[in-house]
Write a protein that binds this ligand. Structure first.
Ligand SMILES: [Ca+2]
Length: 279
């Protein structure tokens, strides 16, 4: 049996990218969302009005896709991401006025905050960032998974709740569940929750269904469009990020929907995946 196992490993290493390999560990890394009718949306929200959706069952990843997982994809496929090709990743450093980011030609998923701010050493279990929507789709194609739709993400995030947050309407509790920015502005670094940039996935408490980092850490790409913007150049994402604060981009909730150019790359942007087959 040992010989057979060695032969299998050798065969896989020889066959390289043509050999199917397990891209995600197993279904225990996913949470099953059962089919049913769910309430989503928020009163007065133009792109996300209150409504009931009939949802099929699906399995969504407990965690955002990590640098380690994305590295396996790049190693297997030789993918060159949009930011590596176009040198247009957008990064943040403390001291910038609100909503100001800088384009850094040295930034990519390998150097998510720019070359001068370090590589991925010690960050294998952080969410991958500085990738575009198209890069996320390429990963999904390779891994045999897909992005959640906007509605699927919200149903999974809400976990049956209809409040602004899956923990109720007391926004002060966000500290328990999310890596966000607690400073009143972005002029000074904020490490008050332990992390200025990304945190390892699963560093904060999960939602009631066991999903981690649904708020904060990184925005999560979703498929589909909002009613007011169906441009093919636009992608949407949810959940807010480490950069988001109470006073700026407070999207760390169950209802807001972000938008960006689908070839743009930001150091607060990542994704989680959904299994294609309904197991
Ligand atoms: Ca933080």
């Amino acid at each position: 049996m040992i010989v057979a196992a060695v032969v299998l490993v050798l065969a896989q290493s020889v066959l390289g990218t043509n050999t199917p390999i397990p891209k995600h560990p197993n279904t225990s890394a996913f949470v099953l969302v059962r089919a049913g009718r769910y309430r989503i949306g928020k009163e007065g929200h133009l792109d996300n009005p209150p409504r009931t959706v009939a949802m099929h069952s699906f399995r969504i990843a407990k965690f955002d896709t990590t640098n380690s997982q994305f590295s396996a994809f790049v190693n297997a496929t030789g993918c060159v991401t949009d930011a590596e090709r176009n040198h247009n990743a957008m990064v943040f450093k403390p001291g910038l006025p609100e909503f100001r980011w800088i384009q850094d030609p040295t930034a990519s998923w390998r150097y998510p905050n720019g070359g001068s701010r370090g590589d991925l050493t010690g960050k294998a279990d952080h969410p991958v960032t500085s990738i575009s929507y198209h890069d996320a789709l390429a990963y999904c194609k390779w891994a045999g998974v897909r992005l959640p739709t906007l509605d699927e993400w919200e149903v999974a995030c809400r976990a049956g709740t209809t409040t602004d947050y899956f923990f109720g309407n007391d926004e002060s509790k966000i500290r328990e569940y999310a890596n966000i920015w607690h400073g009143k502005d972005h002029l000074k670094p904020d490490y008050s929750d332990g992390y200025m940039y990304t945190a390892p996935v699963g560093s904060f408490k999960p939602n009631p269904w066991g999903l981690y980092d649904m708020y904060g850490n990184v925005f999560q790409f979703c498929s589909g469009h909002v009613p007011s913007d169906k441009s093919k150049r636009v992608s949407h994402s949810r959940g807010g990020s480490w950069w988001c604060s109470k006073n700026a981009c407070c999207y760390f909730n169950s209802f807001d929907i972000g938008r960006e150019d689908n070839r743009a790359s930001f150091s607060n942007q990542g994704f989680r995946v959904v299994l294609i087959s309904q197991l």
